[in-house]
Design a protein around this ligand. Structure first.
Ligand code: PLP
Length: 393
């Protein structure tokens, strides 16, 4: 059975050219980029080439790129590196836990945090950002694309407000990178996070863009790597992979990959809504990244659907974040006002560059059939079987 992978927002496979670019740095070119001998200098050269590629990808200077171990570290560096006791931080209720849990910790450090709400489509109101500003506001942190719904926040407008107010602006762009053009100057941010493994580079690689003149307190004590912003021997092979993935992403953006993925996503979404009754799309009216759809199908458990689909060869993800074994309804859907039961009945499908037409045909059949089967199995509170028509046409 050939599996269908529709969980690109969780992680993506390496592109073959990324693996090829990395290979020598595990074997014959294994030097430490801080060493002065030839092995070291070769590694240094490769890291700087990758830095230049990522800088082109983000429209910034190479010196503004800091390589990290991933999106979580970059978010933490942006937040903990910016804020001191007595400061105020503005963020949203729908951030990834890498931001949410980091800013929650700030509260123990005498930092006030405002978590702004979103509307039913998952969008933050720009006016709310303006209203939340205080004289001691140090940082605004708003994600570009949500990992669960794909909804895009108006980061350019928020950047203009931050500039007027002279407040530092961090953007978690992990789920936007490679899916649409990213320009740090158009966004107007001081800090921007990307993660390698969401864009066909290896897991455990990431970047924090740090605008020139933006002072950051490093997270780690250690060597003077990354211009004293991130101590620790560089992950040379991983960085080379990230540089290559950035080049591939630029090529993909030029050659219309996002448009192709959007057409596939839209066909999948439309097809499911035509075939399945009592279903909808969370955030479907908002601007979204092209690869993501978050659908709800009433009268079933999203997790059961994910498991049923997995057994049939399709990898997707449920709207429930399953931490410590207990599945909690997603904080993102909850913030959007989606009732808990419907949030639990949600399925996220996220496409990648390799997704084909045939896979979408197959996914349409599989999801329709499994929703129907689970609904038939579902029983109501009195123990009676529900007779919910799963297939509308
Ligand atoms: N931010 C967002 C929006 C994400 O989706 C993720 C990962 O799912 C992260 C941050 C964390 O990135 P990493 O897995 O590289 O630590």
């Amino acid at each position: 059975m050939r599996r269908i992978y529709l969980d690109a927002n969780a992680t993506t496979p390496l592109l073959p050219e990324v693996l090829e670019a990395m290979r020598p740095f595990f074997l014959e070119q294994f030097g430490n980029a801080s060493s002065i001998h030839q092995e070291g200098q070769h590694a240094r050269w490769a890291v700087e080439q990758a830095r230049a590629s990522v800088a082109r990808f983000l429209g910034c200077r190479p010196a503004e790129i800091v390589f990290t171990s991933g999106g979580t570290e970059s978010d933490n560096l942006a937040i903990f590196g910016s804020v001191k006791p007595g400061d105020h931080v503005i963020t949203t209720a729908i951030e990834h836990h890498a931001v949410l849990h980091a800013v929650e910790k700030l509260r123990d450090r005498a930092v006030d945090v405002d978590f702004l709400p979103v509307n039913g489509q998952g969008l933050v109101a720009v006016g709310d950002i303006r209203k939340a500003l205080r004289p001691n506001t140090r940082l605004i942190s708003v994600m570009m694309a949500n990992n669960e719904t794909g909804v895009l926040q108006p980061v350019g407008e928020i950047g203009r407000i931050a500039a007027e107010a002279k407040v530092r602006f961090h953007v978690d762009a992990v789920q936007a990178a490679g899916k649409l053009p990213l320009e740090v100057d158009a966004i107007g941010c001081h800090l921007l996070t990307i993660s390698g493994h969401k864009m066909h580079a290896p897991q455990g690689t990431g970047v924090l863009f740090v605008r020139r003149g933006t002072r950051l307190e490093p997270l780690f004590a250690g060597g003077a790597h990354e211009r004293q912003r991130r101590a620790g021997t560089e992950n040379v092979a991983g960085i080379v992979g990230l540089g290559k993935a950035a080049e591939c992403a630029m090529e993909g953006l030029r050659s219309g990959v996002p448009e192709r993925i959007r057409a596939l996503r839209d066909r999948l979404e439309r097809g499911l809504l035509e075939r399945v009754s009592e279903a909808g799309v969370n955030g479907g009216q908002a601007p979204r990244v092209p690869n993501t759809t978050n659908l709800w199908f009433d009268h079933l458990e999203g997790e059961a659907l994910v498991i049923a689909l997995d057994l049939k060869g399709l990898a997707g993800s449920s709207g429930a974040a399953c931490a410590s074994g207990a599945s909690e309804p997603s904080h993102v859907l909850e913030a959007m006002g989606v009732p808990a039961q419907r949030a639990r009945a949600s399925l996220r499908l996220s496409l990648q560059k390799q997704t084909t037409d045939e896979e979408i045909d197959q996914a349409l059949l599989l999801v329709t059939a499994q929703v129907a089967r689970l609904r038939e199995l579902s029983v109501d509170g009195n123990g009676y079987r529900k007779s919910v028509p799963a297939v509308a046409r």
